[in-house]
Ligand binder design. Structure first.
Ligand SMILES: *[C@@H]1O[C@H](CO)[C@@H](O)[C@H](O)[C@H]1NC(C)=O
Length: 357
């Protein structure tokens, strides 16, 4: 998040890009701690990477998004926010169709296993595999990565937090100057709409928000060239995205000794042949613990399949993949975002220029 330029236009870009997600609020909101409540938690939560619940990332988040949390005199007269650019990831979402397919495959394996031959099986494993087999698979294909209600709430509250942190920028007078740009992904378009509904609450407390098309600031505009820059970068597509060998370190780790260990352990716990499992299925099982926590607020038996050491290995697997696909692994990964950053800096420069006039 950057603050500069005249108090002119306010630009909020809603981005799906993991590599660019900028955590803007965590450092500003340390004052009052969330009251301990009956929130379901798992010891695995710190290892979910990009699938971590927002409130787990920032346990200091006050429950009231409009609660004051900054000394109003801090930086008074020495520093005036004049423009805000925020690059925001979508809110909590359903698993993708691909993840749901793998989950169904796992479920099938468990059910095929049946009660089986007890003499060869540990009692603990039998209990867990029975619990997993009877645990409902509540994800359906249509959900395919869509924003969930919790995700809408994430976005509404983020909007309220930003608006109460920067009251001068989010004045009623500036409302019409707000620009929201989103990628075409439905979860991102929906996140943008939820963000605007949150802002509506800020400006018109108690009034039900209208359709985003009827708001003063206008609906989120779709621009994939900016927000999904990686899909528009030929070099990135050729050298990384469509390159079967670009992620060879990830493939090596998937078949390496650390993963083999987990495969054997999980096969024993689920009472299925180890050859029927692979790293991708294990990873989806791990994320199911996090999806059930974030979306349903329940702790599924999938959370009991893994211990902390397993969680560290699976966290590393996800980090490794993001490192080579989105992060520092290849130079083109970050360079593909230049168009977006150029756009952001041009807007900031323009804001400064207008301020100086
Ligand atoms: C695919 O990735 C490998 C490993 O980084 C690289 O050596 C190769 O040149 C890439 N292929 C293409 C077509 O860019």
């Amino acid at each position: 998040m950057m603050l500069r330029g005249p108090r002119r236009c306010l630009r909020v870009s809603v981005a799906p890009a993991a590599a660019l997600a900028v955590a803007v609020l965590s450092s500003l909101s340390r004052c009052s701690l969330l009251e301990p409540e009956d929130r379901v938690v798992s010891a695995l939560s710190p290892y979910f990477g990009t699938k971590t619940r927002y409130e787990d990332v920032n346990p200091g988040l006050p429950p009231d998004p409009e609660a004051p949390r900054r000394d109003p005199e801090l930086l008074e007269e020495t520093c005036t926010p004049v423009q805000l650019v925020a690059l925001i990831r979508h809110g909590t979402r359903y698993p993708t169709a691909k993840q749901i397919r793998k989950l169904r495959q796992l479920h099938g394996l468990l059910q095929a296993g049946g009660p089986g031959d007890d003499s060869t099986r540990a009692a603990g494993g039998r209990d867990l595999s029975a619990a997993l087999a009877s645990w409902p698979l509540w994800y359906a294909d249509w959900m395919d990565g869509q924003l969930v209600e919790k995700g809408r709430q994430d976005m509404r509250q983020l909007a309220l937090r930003l608006a109460s942190l920067f009251p001068a920028l989010f004045s009623l007078e500036n409302y019409g100057r707000l620009q929201l740009i989103t990628s075409s992904k439905h979860r991102c378009v929906d996140s943008g709409a939820a963000f605007l509904q949150g802002l509506w609450q800020h400006y018109h407390p108690g009034l039900p928000p209208p359709d985003v098309a009827d708001m003063e600031c206008g609906p989120p505009r779709v621009n994939d060239k900016l927000m999904r820059f990686f899909d528009h970068c030929e070099k990135f597509l050729t050298e990384v995205e469509r390159n079967a060998t670009a992620l060879y370190h990830v493939e090596a780790f998937k078949t390496g000794p650390e993963m083999q260990n987990i495969l054997k352990k999980v096969a024993a716990a689920l009472q299925v042949p180890v050859n029927n499992l692979n790293a991708d299925l294990i990873q989806v099982a791990f994320f199911t613990c996090s999806f059930d926590l974030a979306i349903k607020g329940v702790k599924s038996p999938w959370c009991d399949v893994f211990d902390i050491d397993d969680a560290k290995v699976l966290e590393y697997l996800n980090d490794l993949k993001q490192y080579w696909k989105r992060g520092y692994g290849y130079t083109i990964n970050s360079r593909s975002s230049c168009t977006l950053f150029q756009d952001i800096f041009q807007h900031l420069d323009k804001a400064v220029e207008q301020k100086q006039r």
